[in-house]
Design a protein around this ligand. Structure first.
Ligand code: NYM
Length: 212
């Protein structure tokens, strides 16, 4: 009997929303309940392309804006064979950022439109569920200072938030907004419930293609 496929679950949101903490907690909870699950994150800074991106984010190098956008996308495409293999094997993937961050961050720069930014990611494996961790800029500020990396300013993050809101209007993607201002445990419970429903339905569905 062919094994049931895993679900592709993505967490998105502006910086400080708690994505990484929640991805880790979700993977742990799924594994503890006997469901194979692994975490992935984008950018994946371990690959050759990921190292170019990492140096750019750390301001150790400069890259032209279109170029770095395409590198972020290439960094997802290079992981597609692995993503498909894991899902086919029945492993659920919990992904910290995906193409939505790619589009939201680049299109927040002057001179970029959503449409151009989406193009390179058209056809990527389509997430079965995208949870947007919603946190107001004021609440994000209460969680402490931004780091030193590129894009980590409140002005830019506000622009990114607006781009995410535009992307969330697209009904072809299964968006769920999660109130990230609650306690870590309450947010986790919400995310876990949504994920379990998705894992159960993804079993019987074919993996889709994003924005196609
Ligand atoms: N980012 C992330 C992009 O600009 N484009 C992308 O495609 C992705 C996946 O990189 N500020 C930005 C968002 C973040 C930064 O940070 C990665 P972190 O802390 O590794 O998630």
């Amino acid at each position: 009997m062919a094994c049931k496929r895993g679900a592709l679950i993505v967490l998105e949101g502006v910086d400080k929303a708690g994505k990484t903490t929640q991805c880790k907690k979700l993977v742990q909870a799924l594994q503890q309940s006997g469901r194979p699950a692994e975490m992935m994150r984008f950018p994946d800074r371990t690959t050759t392309i990921g190292q170019l991106i990492s140096a750019y984010l750390e301001k150790k190098s400069d890259l032209e804006d279109h170029t770095v956008h395409l590198l972020f996308s290439a960094n997802r495409w290079e992981l597609v064979p692995l993503i498909k293999k894991k899902l086919e094997q029945g492993t659920t993937l919990v992904v910290d950022r995906y193409a939505f961050s790619g589009v939201a961050f680049t299109s927040a720069k002057p001179g970029f439109c959503l449409d151009w930014c989406m193009k390179p990611d058209v056809g990527l494996p389509k997430p079965d569920l995208v949870m947007f961790l919603q946190l107001s800029p004021a609440e994000a500020a209460l969680r402490g200072q931004f780091g030193e990396e590129r894009y980590e300013t409140s002005v830019f993050q506000k622009a990114v938030q607006q781009k995410f809101e535009q992307l969330m209007k697209d009904p072809s993607v299964n968006w769920q907004v999660i109130d990230a201002s609650q306690s870590v445990e309450d947010v986790h419970e919400n995310i876990r419930t949504q994920s379990l429903n998705t894992i159960n339905t993804a079993h019987n569905q074919q993996l889709g293609e994003l924005w196609k």
